[in-house]
Design a protein around this ligand. Structure first.
Ligand code: URA
Length: 205
């Protein structure tokens, strides 16, 4: 279950939260990143979509899911009958974590303690937006929402409910879909993502 939020970390509206996230120092990741990036979308959205962390392009632009994974997400949402505009889109971790290889910034997975440190922001976003359903893209988002690790493969594709009543739905991360598409070893990865999202569309219809 989520951490209790300190009073001084408890913004009462979403734009105050965005500002606090930008200056967050709750874990060391702020050090290498350009900026902390909170969510984007209607503050009363019925759907919240949670990814892992900003990527290279997101870090520079200051918005979640604008790179290749974001483009695939948009395409899958559209095919499922949903639109990104109706969702509040955010990440479990608000700063980009990477290592530099051949002058490129390569994504690194956040640790459990980095996810935990960032959890106050995510929980505050959930409290302020009050979505009917939260879509977790991949394991880091699922872990953040669930409060402990939960397997994507075994728990994807149906609604789960937290003890506090929050409905969440786990599916694969679009970056994973892109990766396996390149290696052509899981041709169903994209259709599976779309059919998961279709289930969410039906729930909200
Ligand atoms: N991957 C994520 O999990 N989030 C982003 O914002 C971009 C890529």
């Amino acid at each position: 279950q989520p951490d209790v939020i300190d009073e001084d970390l408890s913004p009462t509206d979403i734009s105050a939260l965005w500002q606090q996230v930008e200056g967050c120092r709750r874990c060391p990741l702020w050090n290498g990143a350009t900026q902390g990036i909170a969510g984007v979308g209607p503050s009363n959205a019925r759907i919240m979509i949670i990814g892992e962390q900003p990527g290279d392009k997101e870090d520079l632009a200051g918005q979640p899911f604008i790179g290749p994974a974001g483009q695939l997400l948009d395409q899958a949402l559209t095919e499922a009958g949903l639109s990104r505009d109706q969702a509040y889109v955010t990440n479990a971790v608000k700063h980009f974590k990477y290592e530099v290889r051949s002058q490129r910034r390569i994504h690194k997975n956040p640790t459990a303690s980095e996810v935990k440190a960032c959890n106050v922001w995510l929980e505050r976003e959930i409290e302020l937006v009050k979505p009917e359903i939260v879509i977790c893209l991949g394991g880091s988002a699922a872990r953040a929402v669930n409060g402990r690790p939960i397997k994507v493969g075994e728990n994807r594709g149906h609604v789960l409910t937290r003890p506090d009543g929050l409905n969440f739905f786990i599916t694969t991360h679009p970056a994973y879909v892109l990766r396996v598409q390149r290696h052509e070893d899981r041709p169903a990865a994209y259709p599976d993502l779309v059919s998961d999202l279709q289930q969410v569309a039906q729930l909200l219809a």
